[in-house]
Design a protein around this ligand. Structure first.
Ligand code: 3PZ
Ligand code: ZN
Length: 370
């Protein structure tokens, strides 16, 4: 059943939008192509994962050309491999670009979706990631050395996908994350930096993969409160106090709340209504806020947010949608196929999302790991 005044979910328009983008990206003068040129690898991951939530793996393959060339372009798997830099062992954001952890994670996620992780030299990629860990446990994004808690998430997620978490000091990485926690309960990009919801996702995701959520201590309530405070009157979520709501925060905040076992701390119905209002009802795609221009980033995080809310899986919504995993941002069946590990919190009276059932549980009240 749709709620009063609620938009339907424009499934097939979004499919057309995502498939149509692929051809626009190749046109050198297109707006879409220019904006995402430097982060094409992530753009491909956002497109493929968004479509994977709507369609079966076979349909996604034939629509996008994951394994076979399509419309004269190389297959997406071959294109991904052509962004591999054998000098460093990492992947760049586009052909000929320097390797970076951001695009290395996107590349490994694309290969995981395509069930082609075996195509990479796991030792070389592992060595690249491990070389970026600093003595204090933090990670640089590339050989130039910028430090950011986002890169800790990228490093741990990449290594977990490769089954090589043992190649870095995971405990030290988790301790560095805790050092980036602020008095408001949130996390910043480095020690002392302002709390930001995108950073919170990276820090909580990293602690989850490191199975170190116990390091939050009593801080989980304060953080849950800070995250819940991000919901504004429109139902949407903002990234920091006093900022406008934006669809992508639906993902950063919901996934963190879901790992913390506190999704019920925000109104899911109001948030779903906000995301649905940000759809382009004519051309498909989802924008950051109502009446703005759609892009693939917000289309992915909007669909992912609706999935986490359970909105795509409720009565009255057609379609046999795959679910998204809040820790790895990949379809849950891919996470299960690879046997990926992580940790989530449970709370008295709060149901555990079935998509998290295969992960370890840290029970706050009892103070022990089950
Ligand atoms: C957007 N990048 O720095 S970006 C991104 N933002 O490369 C991609 N919400 O102007 C698209 N804002 C659109 N297609 C926006 C990725 C940003 C996030 C900007 C944004 C999102 C509000 C202002 C940082 C993962 C990877 C990168 C980011 C976050 C998470 C822009 C502005 C910035 C960027 C790209 C385009 C259109 C798309
Ligand atoms: Zn946004």
């Amino acid at each position: 059943m749709l709620l009063e005044g609620e938009q339907p979910f424009f499934d097939s328009l979004h499919t057309d939008y995502i498939v149509g983008l692929a051809s626009k990206l190749d046109a050198p003068t297109s707006y879409e192509g220019a904006v995402t040129e430097h982060l094409r690898m992530s753009g491909v991951y956002w497109s493929l994962t968004a479509l994977s939530l709507l369609k079966s793996p076979e349909q996604v393959d034939s629509l996008m050309g994951i394994t076979a060339p399509k419309d004269g372009r190389p297959s997406l798997v071959d294109w991904t491999m052509s962004c591999y830099d054998s000098r460093t062992g990492g992947f760049g954001g586009n052909v000929g670009h320097d390797a970076h952890l951001l695009y290395t994670l996107s590349a490994i996620q694309i290969l995981a979706l395509a069930d082609k992780i075996d195509m990479v030299n796991k030792d070389a990629v592992t060595k690249f990631v491990a070389s970026l860990q600093q003595p204090d446990g933090s990670f640089a994004g590339d050989e130039w050395g910028e430090i950011d808690t986002r890169f800790t998430y990228c490093a741990l997620s990449t290594l977990s996908l490769l089954g090589r978490l043992d190649a870095v000091d995971v405990d030290k990485a988790a301790q560095y994350i805790i050092k980036c926690r602020n008095l408001d309960g949130g996390f910043g990009c480095v020690v002392g930096a302002e709390s930001h919801a995108g950073q919170v996702f990276c820090c909580i995701g990293a602690l989850s993969i490191a199975k170190s959520l116990h390091l939050l201590g009593d801080g989980a309530d304060l953080l849950g409160w800070w995250l819940a405070e991000r919901q504004v009157d429109s139902g949407g979520l903002n990234g920091r106090p006093e900022k406008q709501a934006d669809v992508c925060y639906s993902w950063w905040i919901l996934s963190a709340l879901s790992i913390l076992g506190r999704v019920s701390w925000i109104s899911g119905d109001k948030l779903a209504t906000f995301i649905l209002k940000c759809q382009d009802n004519d051309d498909g795609g989802i924008a950051d806020r109502p009446d703005d221009m759609a892009d693939v980033f917000h289309t992915f995080f909007g669909i992912a947010g609706l999935s986490l809310l359970g909105h795509l899986h409720k009565d009255g919504v057609d379609g046999d949608y795959r679910k998204i995993d809040p820790v790895y941002a990949l379809p849950t069946d891919v996470v299960e196929r690879l046997g990926l590990q992580a940790q989530v919190m449970t709370r008295k009276g709060e149901p555990v999302d079935e998509r998290l059932e295969s992960f370890d549980v840290y029970n706050e009240e009892k103070g022990f790991r089950q």
